[in-house]
Design a binder for this molecule. Structure first.
Ligand code: ADP
Length: 530
């Protein structure tokens, strides 16, 4: 598909250079453009910042008629329209906030063969809800003016993605309604499972799939143990920002809005210029924070995941996750905002056992919420493997560890891999859980570890259960490992104030109790010396 022999090649290059003012294609762009212009349904998987937009914007200008661009966020569309306007490209957006005149002029253009309009941006909600727009679209199709349908963030179709949106389901009708108009689906992160799901949902099974490498060679990946003492944790962040990242710019992700605000205050108290950014700030304030960060007035923005989609600051030198992300996909996308200029940048995640349960009680009602969360927990708990190889295997990409170039904590300071047998620990934990149940009690993960160490309420302890000869952190790692491997499981209970996660036996309990059972966990061995 990367051939230069297609009849439109000359025109494509001309548009690339004169309209988009770009010197050449990035990997996978020409393939995708060729496929789309050949009317092939295509899915393009490319990391954020890789240049996906060009893959439909350029064909939109080469093809006659109009390209429909379906995108989930109005703010993303506004950014794109702004950029297109600067390039003198005629594009418009159908949104809830559009004025009557704007709507009329778009609808007019849809059926007017002399119109110069090349692209219409629309949200899936709008498509699903506006019969009138769908009728116009049908007309436009009959007049052969619908040339391409681009669906941005296409993983939102799939329940297996990290960002499922019900309105994307409606997009399943498009292929049936407009069978000979190619569909181009775009996403930054998608496992094979998600892609198969998306193809089915859009009725384009068997379509072309182009996959750019996930690998960001300039990003250094690291997981740090998060101090359980909050003050210590703030101090360590500030220390980093005053030394290694002095004069450099970054993002700190936090779990909740309250965490964001608190973290910002704590950083400010310690003399760091920081702003915060989350969904409940009004648009004007958000834009102000964004501006101050872009200009360097703020060294860091403390943000929930709301911050990021559509931001394009090239010199982000650090992305710090103050707590776990909700999934590997989220983590990859959030950390991927670092180092867009291809210069070295750091992606640090602060891991702490307690955070697993803060997040699990937030995500467990989502269909794949827990499975996705355990994916990122596995990344954190892994003490020896190359971080890149964990990310690669998550995205079903092969990976040669030596290609990491010591750009992760494990490859930079490698350790021997050591396996320990934890089946006895697992059985001890079962005894504690059973004993608690006998006393009409349930154990949270913290209570379970306490009881294991002979602490907490007396009736929750079991004399035949030996205190493990492990550090508290290591014991927590064991519980975490048993949880993500299915030997333990979470049991959620609603109270009027919150949701509590208790620990129970997991679906693999029978296997752990069988006579010859073995359950292994990798721990850090001695440092490898050169
Ligand atoms: P994505 O949608 O994959 O996150 P974008 O389409 O927003 O990425 O592109 C990211 C940046 O890369 C934009 O600033 C864009 O102008 C730039 N870009 C895209 N294609 C090229 C190219 N062929 N050469 C140079 N820069 C490019």
């Amino acid at each position: 598909w990367s051939s230069k022999d297609f009849p439109w090649y000359k025109k494509v290059v001309e548009v690339l250079e004169t309209t988009f003012k770009l010197p050449g294609f990035r990997p996978h762009q020409l393939q995708t453009v060729n496929a789309v212009l050949s009317k092939e349904d295509t899915i393009l998987i490319m990391p954020t910042g890789g240049g996906k937009s060009l893959c439909y914007q350029l064909p939109a200008l080469v093809l006659p008629g109009i390209t429909l661009v379906i995108s989930p966020l109005v703010s993303l569309m506004e950014d794109q329209l702004f950029a297109l306007k600067a390039l003198n490209v005629n594009a418009a957006m159908m949104s809830a906030s559009a004025t009557r005149e704007e709507v009329n002029s778009i609808q007019q253009a849809m059926v007017d063969k002399n119109s110069k309009l090349k692209m219409i941006y629309v949200t899936p909600e709008k498509l699903a809800k506006s019969k009138r727009f769908m009728t116009k679209l049908q007309k436009m199709y009959e007049l052969k003016r619908l040339s391409l349908m681009a669906i941005d963030e296409v993983h939102c179709c799939s329940q297996w993605g990290h960002d499922f949106r019900p309105d994307y389901k409606f997009l399943g009708v498009l292929k049936g309604m407009f069978p000979d108009v190619p569909i181009l689906g775009l996403t930054a992160t998608a496992t094979s499972k998600v892609i198969v799901d998306v193809q089915k949902m859009l009725n384009i099974s068997g379509c072309l799939v182009f996959r750019a490498s996930f690998n960001r060679p300039n990003l250094f990946y690291e997981v740090r143990e998060k101090p359980s003492n909050q003050k210590e944790c703030f101090d360590s962040l500030v220390e980093l920002m005053k030394t290694k990242y002095a004069g450099k710019s970054g993002i700190i992700y936090a779990t909740s809005i309250k965490d964001c605000e608190e973290l910002m205050q704590e950083l400010r108290k310690r003399g760091i210029r920081a702003g915060c950014y989350h969904a409940t700030l009004d648009a004007a304030l958000r834009s102000k924070v964004h501006q101050k960060w872009l200009s360097g007035e703020y060294q860091a923005v403390v943000a929930t995941i709301a911050f990021g989609m559509g931001i394009d600051k090239p010199d982000v030198r650090f992305v710090i996750h103050h707590s776990l992300s909700k999934s590997m996909e989220n983590f990859y996308q959030e950390s991927g905002r670092a180092g867009r200029d291809n210069k070295p940048a750091d992606c640090i995640l602060y891991y702490r056992f307690a955070d697993v349960f803060r997040l699990s009680t937030m995500v467990f009602t989502q269909q794949t919420g827990l499975e996705c969360l355990y994916g990122i927990v596995a990344y954190c708990l892994d003490k020896t493997r190359c971080r890149r190889s964990i990310i690669a295997s998550h995205f079903n990409e092969g990976w040669d560890t030596s290609d990491c170039n010591e750009m992760c904590d494990h490859c930079r300071r490698p350790r021997e891999k050591k396996e320990i047998e934890i089946v006895e620990y697992c059985r001890s934990l079962y005894k504690l859980i059973q004993n608690a149940a006998g006393n009409d009690a349930k154990l949270t993960a913290q209570m379970l570890v306490d009881a294991w160490f002979g602490k907490g309420k007396a009736n929750l302890r079991v004399s035949s259960v030996k205190v493990p000869s492990l550090s508290r952190e290591m014991a927590e790692d064991v519980v975490g490992h048993l949880l993500i491997e299915g030997y333990l499981a979470e049991d959620f209970h609603f109270t009027p104030y919150n949701t509590i996660s208790y620990i129970k036996r997991g679906p693999r309990a029978a296997a752990a109790l069988s006579e010859k059972a073995t359950v292994k966990m990798c721990v850090q061995g001695a440092r490898k010396t050169e």
